[in-house]
Design a protein around this ligand. Structure first.
Ligand code: BGC
Ligand code: BGC
Length: 600
């Protein structure tokens, strides 16, 4: 606190602002409450300094690192895959501290708030612990576990200096053709209400300056999962009553939990872009729901409001966006926002409101006291202890859809278990999108245990687990395990109108079956797929979602060391024509209902 006071004091003195006469600065006038600290800082700021706080640039877009100082930037982000040249936790921390040095060289020394999509672990960092994507966590129905997982993620993020995760995503995905289905906890508001506060609490704690707490960001407000046809960034056509009933309850709980930031959504509501929606962002979110944190825009989403960028900025800021994820043309953004304020198009009270919200969060989380990385946390990134929590999440997320003749649990004493399928031995496929790179990638992209390796680790003789991707060589084995499903994708590219398995996947199942052995199918995918024929053909079917790096959790349950406990967070459709199909529909005849899950 002493350091903080000195900073404000010297700022006031240098600026000559307000009550900065030396003799007036006595104990009685020292800022005491958080509010007073914020007001003192705000009162000393120039327009350029305020606009800087409202600007978030992508680190890779910085024309010059010194722009952080020149433009008084309030925030930076790493977009998906935007990592330092050497992708290690220590290099991330060095990079973060380097940027922070420039922010602390500004007149007011306001630290940067650095954000990243740590959406299933600190997933841009090589060697970090990768958790199941939210759809798998939804299947656990265990908010306590989600809280613990989020606290582990927070610690790993803090170990690289980073202050803020763009998570949790509390979308309510109503149409599985949407490529972001896996980012939400499931198709009902019930799941978001259960998990949103748990995740926020895990990330933020009380957001009171502890080195292991990071700022959370509930996203994307609002209706992202409700777009027509599951179209990414599309139009959500609903009455206000429906929008509130399905897509808002998670936000109410996140706000009660004190979430410090909320990201606006790319989608439109009945044809109007959320980023320009004053009624929803200001009247409802900040007014009615009492959200006291700040609203950040999504990546270049302001640009979509209007073809004329200055007009788009005017609409977004007037609607209630407080910080703009520009993230590339930040100099242009800054110049145009300045003009809008100078011309009186945007009133100063709106700017002050935005900056006040941002500064409040920065003070609350102790950024001024601890602007640099706590290096004692850096070695915990990807630690065995953290991986154990992710493994537990995997165990709890698995959903058993079929188990004829008790083919599961597998026996460790089996003479031979034959494994097949393209997702059996591929860390990248297990992790899905938002892992190391934005869209994710197949292959050995980071450290972890594949399902095949985990099965081998679990048996007394690793050689008793054989593998061929196509399923050939299965005859004579006691049992076959085929791991099929999707390959990585993220926003946009992940939209899919068929949700069918590839012919190679279907062939691998058939080849194993043709060998005359019982066959267990494990589906690794970000959402329900159309698997009717596989369900009939296979003896057992397990849904593993996108489990992340800890394949050991799959083996634990397959061998019966841990029971099945997961239940479907989505209704499982019989056909793609049946989509959208959701719990509570008047006509409801899914292949497996929401909440389904067998036990041993
Ligand atoms: C996504 C957000 C993400 C942001 C930053 C956007 O494209 O919609 O979920 O937080 O990029 O990477
Ligand atoms: C970034 C992502 C971002 C996306 C939006 C990508 O280049 O890496 O973080 O969400 O662009 O289009």
């Amino acid at each position: 606190m002493k350091i903080l006071w000195t900073v404000i004091l010297s700022a006031l003195l240098i600026s000559g602002a307000g009550c900065a006469k030396e003799d007036e600065v006595s104990d009685a006038t020292k800022p005491k409450t958080l509010e007073e600290q914020v007001e003192a800082m705000l009162g000393s700021m120039t327009l350029d300094e305020k606009i800087g706080q409202m600007t978030q640039a992508e680190r890779g877009a910085l024309t010059n690192v010194s722009d952080i100082k020149t433009y008084h930037l309030g925030s930076l982000l790493s977009g998906g895959g935007s990592s330092p040249a050497s992708n290690t936790a220590a290099a991330w921390a060095d990079m973060y501290d380097g940027y922070q040095t420039y922010a602390l060289a500004t007149r007011l020394k306001i630290p940067l708030l650095y954000g990243i999509d740590a959406v299933h672990g600190h997933n841009n960092v090589k060697g970090a612990t990768i958790f199941p994507h939210n759809i798998g966590l939804g299947a656990t129905r265990d908010p306590e576990l989600v809280k613990r997982a989020s606290a582990v993620i927070a610690k790993e993020v803090a170990g690289t200096g980073i202050d803020w995760t763009f998570a949790p995503c509390i979308a309510v995905p109503r149409d599985e053709r949407w490529g972001r289905t896996y980012e939400g906890f499931g198709e009902t508001p019930e799941l978001q209400v259960m998990m949103a506060p748990a995740a926020v609490e895990g990330f933020q704690g009380t957001l009171s300056g502890k080195n292991t707490e990071i700022l959370a960001c509930a996203k994307h407000f609002v209706g992202d999962g409700g777009t027509l046809g599951g179209d990414d960034q599309g139009n959500t056509i609903l009455t206000e009553e429906e929008l509130r009933a399905i897509h808002m309850p998670g936000y109410v709980e996140a706000i009660k939990q004190g979430v410090g930031s909320i990201m606006a959504s790319y989608n439109s509501w009945n044809g109007t872009k959320l980023h320009g929606h004053k009624y929803l962002l200001t009247d409802v979110l900040k007014g009615e729901l009492g959200f006291k944190g700040f609203v950040v825009s999504d990546w270049e989403a302001v640009d979509q409001i209007n073809g004329d960028y200055p007009t788009a900025i005017l609409y977004a800021i007037s609607a209630g966006v407080d910080m703009v994820m520009v993230p590339i043309r930040y100099q242009y953004f800054i110049a145009e926002l300045r003009k809008l304020v100078q011309r009186g198009d945007i009133p100063m009270y709106r700017i002050d409101d935005a900056v006040r919200r941002i500064l409040t969060v920065k003070f609350r989380m102790g950024l001024f006291e601890h602007p640099f990385t706590d290096r004692s946390l850096t070695p915990t990134v990807g630690s065995a202890e953290n991986r154990a929590v992710a493994r537990e999440c995997v165990q709890r997320s698995l959903v058993l859809l079929k188990n004829s003749n008790s083919v599961l649990p597998l026996k460790k004493s089996a003479t031979r278990i034959h494994v097949a399928g393209k997702n059996a031995d591929d860390i990248g496929n297990q992790c899905g999108g938002w892992t190391i790179s934005w869209q994710g990638q197949s292959g050995a992209i980071t450290t972890g245990t594949t399902v095949l390796q985990a099965l081998r680790n679990a048996v007394p003789n690793a050689a008793s687990v054989t593998y061929s991707v196509t399923g050939s060589g299965a005859s004579g084995a006691d049992v076959g395990v085929v791991v099929v499903g999707e390959t990585p994708y993220a926003e946009g590219a992940g939209d899919n109108s068929t949700l069918t398995l590839s012919s190679a996947d279907l062939a691998a199942v058939s080849t194993m079956k043709a060998a005359g052995i019982p066959v267990v199918v494990i589906l690794i995918s970000g959402r329900p797929m159309i698997i009717n024929s596989v369900v009939s053909e296979a003896d057992a079917v397990v849904i593993a979602w996108l489990p992340g790096t800890e394949g050991g959790g799959v083996a634990d349950v397959l061998f019966g060391d841990v029971p099945f406990s997961g239940t479907l967070p989505h209704s499982w459709p019989r056909s793609v024509q049946q989509i959208p199909i959701n719990h509570g529909d008047a006509v409801y005849d899914p292949l497996f209902p929401y909440g389904f899950g067998l036990k041993y």
